[in-house]
Ligand binder design. Structure first.
Ligand SMILES: Nc1nc2c(c(=O)[nH]1)N[C@H]1C(S)=C(S)[C@@H](COP(=O)(O)OP(=O)(O)OC[C@H]3O[C@@H](n4cnc5c(=O)[nH]c(N)nc54)[C@H](O)[C@@H]3O)O[C@H]1N2
Ligand SMILES: Nc1nc2c(c(=O)[nH]1)N[C@H]1C(S)=C(S)[C@@H](COP(=O)(O)OP(=O)(O)OC[C@H]3O[C@@H](n4cnc5c(=O)[nH]c(N)nc54)[C@H](O)[C@@H]3O)O[C@H]1N2
Ligand code: SF4
Ligand SMILES: [Mo]
Length: 744
């Protein structure tokens, strides 16, 4: 007998509601939930393969503990004993910073990843934190931190209502969107065009997204900050700025005008390989549009001027009066956001409060660049102890970060490593303890992170679609127990972690004058929480304290877990609404348009203006709809068809270098070389080649039977980890110089 259950898809940022078909404990089918308040039935091939992803026979079923050099199945108790015995001596002997933490991308797709790593980090007190953010969106956090005083205040393009959209370095037809949670992003772009709007795509490749656009600007990789600075210049020069409703909330406009003076379209044109006239048109059309949004993603972040480009994206939005207005770019308001405090000056955003030990990279948002992880393990300095123990949660940096070969060796040299990961893969194979979370069907789902980036305010929660199989442990409990084991409280009831967070949060809330529970008794409030588990009680608390919450009875029609559970397809909270000045937490209480660290980085951009474009080729990445970073290649349903890990090369370059379609090409970069088959295509512009990331599953000691048979190489081996955006520490993954040789 099969049954159905609802489950929000955790496989990308679009967060589609799915209806799963379930036979026993096996997911046999998935379709889009037409009643989902947000996704309304949309599904993509990855979501449709939910059952295959969930039921992959290579998912680990029990913890692994290394004994005599070999990873063997063990009980949960033995596994957590081994974690405590591995980490505590390192902390006691070398201090907390000798314990590194690596958090990978799926943490933003799980309840466990949202609720526990912050507790573990605070309790451990380590500064050695590395996450996938420094391979991704850290420049946007830094620019938001500097502009708005809050690294997490990221304006989201109002896809459903805008008249004019400029997409820069993003390919939502393959990625389904990022830092802009929008189920059916492709449909929303088509709707924009159908209502007479304009779509511009800036990308060195003619992607499927670019093919949909009214205008495709095939820019030279790594030069978007110059293009955007020139557009800013044109707005000033031609008197096209109009801050409108934003004027009282913005400072630094005149200083900015001065700062971009040198960046004329004519001056940047050669570097960007974009005609000055095109740049002027882009700026004029942006200013003339009734409403407009500028949106930049991976191609604007993972480049040498990532923070500047991310900042300029918002500068253009502000100067044209499009920030915080319908049809422009707005700040979402999620149901689990903290109670909004009254508007007014805040503490601002600090960068570089500490530095990495070896290369002295500044921290950003409490993180060190993941590009520096290997050297923080393998290099001794007088500045302090190297990392000797590592906690890795949902991360595969051996494939996703630069120079995996060096990191591979560094991980092998650690005193102790624990991985929370469903697979024995390139990274977790080095762990002494592997703690496998259950498959997604057995886990609850709520989008703590993506609801703060969604194009519509809404809230949804799904309980596990399938009960935990015998021998499984919920990932929330795994992380709670890991926290206790790593911080000297091994053996304590894991529920204590949730109760501690609840106690602390409520104690703080009752002291805040703007809180709906101001002055009440935290114990009485805790007693009112509902939910079957600790994490559900925490969700209930966050919902009730949040901007739409019932305030523990103050607003009886407000949100609570109980109310959410009564709406299994979610609750719509309406379109994005203007919120300024409330989200601003800068010291001035205003949008600080030309923050000091940005101004100090502009000379580097000015130097890029004079640098002549490199004679050789540069490499960019690409994503494929049926893939996801490094971890979905073990699912035959998602890897079928021809080899996807090919080197795209323009016909002119191919001819010049004697490369023929299908021939093997050796690609050499600063960090090493790889060989891949050439795919000659004019979808990439001349001077640019493209390889996808996340491939190369050929290392020994992994348990990915299918992935190991799929051809592919690790593009990140071409990088040596030395190229970073200096303000954010983000790795440069695009626009990387490479040399090609056609192999016979
Ligand atoms: N060259 C190049 N490199 C890139 C990029 C690029 O564009 N070009 N993109 C970068 C980006 S944007 C990102 S976000 C990073 C991603 O970098 P990572 O986060 O390191 O990589 P993922 O491939 O997402 O691997 C996630 C790990 O989580 C595990 N996992 C999956 N589901 C779960 C779960 O529910 N719980 C737990 N605990 N673990 C789980 C997987 O088995 C895998 O080991 O890669 C980056 N690397
Ligand atoms: N199918 C699939 N979906 C995914 C993922 C996946 O791996 N596969 N990963 C998820 C993750 S973790 C993320 S962060 C998002 C990323 O979401 P997106 O940013 O939309 O993803 P990409 O496809 O990497 O798009 C980046 C585009 O930038 C272009 N580009 C490269 N260099 C430059 C440059 O210098 N300037 C400009 N203007 N463009 C440039 C590339 O050609 C590419 O088309 O996708 C998410 N969704
Ligand atoms: S678009 Fe993303 S969230 Fe939606 S079904 Fe596909 S993978 Fe899942
Ligand atoms: Mo990402």
């Amino acid at each position: 007998m099969s049954r159905t259950a609802l489950r929000i898809c955790p496989l990308c940022e679009a967060t589609c509601g799915l209806t799963l078909t379930i036979d026993g404990s096996r997911v046999t089918g998935a379709r889009g939930d037409r009643e989902d308040v947000f996704s309304k039935g949309f599904i993509c091939p990855k979501g449709a393969s939910f059952g295959a992803v969930d039921g992959d026979p290579d998912r680990l079923r029990a913890p692994l503990v290394r004994r005599d050099g070999v990873l063997r199945e063990a009980t949960w108790e033995e596994a957590f004993d081994a974690v405590a015995a591995g980490i505590r001596p390192v902390v006691e002997r070398y201090g907390p910073h000798a314990v590194g933490m690596v958090l990978g991308n799926p943490n933003v797709h799980t309840v466990a990843g949202a609720l526990y790593p912050p507790v573990l980090l605070a309790a451990l007190g380590t500064r050695s934190l590395f996450t996938a953010s420094t391979l991704d969106q850290m420049p946007k956090h830094v620019s938001s931190g500097l502009l708005y005083g809050d690294a997490n205040a990221i304006p989201v393009p109002d896809l459903d209502r805008t008249d004019h959209l400029i997409l820069i370095g993003a390919n939502p037809l393959e990625s389904n969107g990022s830092l802009c949670t929008a189920p059916d992003f492709p449909g929303k772009l088509k709707a924009l065009k159908a209502r007479g709007g304009t779509l511009t795509v800036v990308d060195p490749r003619r992607t499927r997204t670019a093919a949909l656009a009214d205008r495709h600007v095939a820019i030279r990789p790594g030069t978007d900050a110059l293009l955007l600075a020139a557009m800013t210049h044109v707005l000033f020069e031609e008197g096209l700025t109009d801050l409108a409703h934003l004027a009282p909330h913005v400072q630094g406009v005149e200083e900015l005008r001065e700062a971009v003076k040198d960046f004329t379209p004519e001056a940047v044109s050669a570097a960007c390989d974009v005609d000055a006239a095109v740049i002027r048109t882009l700026a004029r059309d942006l200013a003339a549009a009734p409403t407009a949004a500028v949106y930049g993603r991976i191609g604007t972040c993972t480049v040498p001027h990532g923070t500047l480009a991310s900042w300029l994206v918002d500068v253009l939005t502000v100067l044209t009066g499009n920030l915080d207005r319908p049809g422009g770019a707005l700040f979402p308001q999620a149901a689990t956001d903290r109670t909004p405090r009254p508007a007014g000056p805040g503490r601002g955003f600090a960068l570089g409060r500490w530095h990495s030990r070896v290369s002295e990279h500044p921290e950003a948002k409490g993180e060190l660049p993941i590009s520096a992880l290997a050297e923080e393990i393998d290099t001794a300095t007088e500045q302090g102890e190297p990392i000797r123990a590592l906690i890795s949660v949902a991360a595969n940096p051996v494939l996703s970060a630069p120079d995996g070969d060096r990191l591979d060796k560094a991980l092998a040299s650690l005193d102790f490593m624990v991985s929370v990961d469903p697979y024995l893969n390139e990274t977790s194979r080095h762990a002494d303890v592997v703690l496998p979370p259950p498959p997604p069907a057995q886990s609850p789902h709520h989008d703590f992170a993506f609801n703060t980036l969604a194009v519509r305010n809404q809230v949804r929660y799904t309980r596990p679609a399938v009960p935990l199989e015998p021998g499984r442990m919920a990932e929330t409990e795994i992380l709670a127990r890991l926290t206790l084991a790593a911080t000297g409280m091994h053996g304590t009831d894991p529920a204590a972690v949730d109760e501690m967070v609840i106690g602390q949060t409520l104690a703080k809330a009752v002291k805040e004058p703007h809180s709906p529970v101001h002055g009440r008794d935290p114990r009485e409030l805790a007693g009112q929480l509902t939910g079957e588990t600790g994490p559900e009680r925490r969700l209930d608390m966050m919902l009730r304290l949040g901007p739409y919450g019932d305030g523990f009875g103050v607003r009886p029609d407000g949100l609570s877990l109980e109310k959410l559970l009564a709406h299994p397809h979610g609750i719509d909270l309406g379109p994005l609404r203007p919120r300024l000045p409330q989200p601003l937490k800068t010291v001035s209480g205003k949008v600080e348009l030309l923050p000091r660290p940005i101004a100090d980085d502009l000379p580097r951009l000015r130097a890029a203006l004079r640098e002549r474009p490199a004679a050789g080729l540069v490499l960019v990445g690409r994503r494929h709809l049926r893939s996801n970073n490094s971890w979905m290649h073990n699912v035959p349903a998602l890897t079928g068809g021809s080899n996807r890990c090919t080197l795209h090369i323009h016909p002119e370059d191919a001819e010049r270098l004697g490369v023929t379609h299908g021939a093997s090409v050796r690609v050499k970069g600063a960090g090493g070389e790889v060989t891949a088959p050439a795919e000659v295509t004019d979808a990439v512009r001349p001077g640019v080649v493209s390889l996808p990331h996340g491939w190369g599953h050929d290392r020994p000691g992994t348990r990915l039977a299918h992935a190991a048979t799929v051809p592919g190489v690790n593009v990140n081996q071409l990088l040596d980890g030395s190229m970073l955006d200096p303000l954010s520490g983000n790795a440069v993954l695009n626009g990387v110089p490479v040399e090609l040789t056609a192999t016979p």
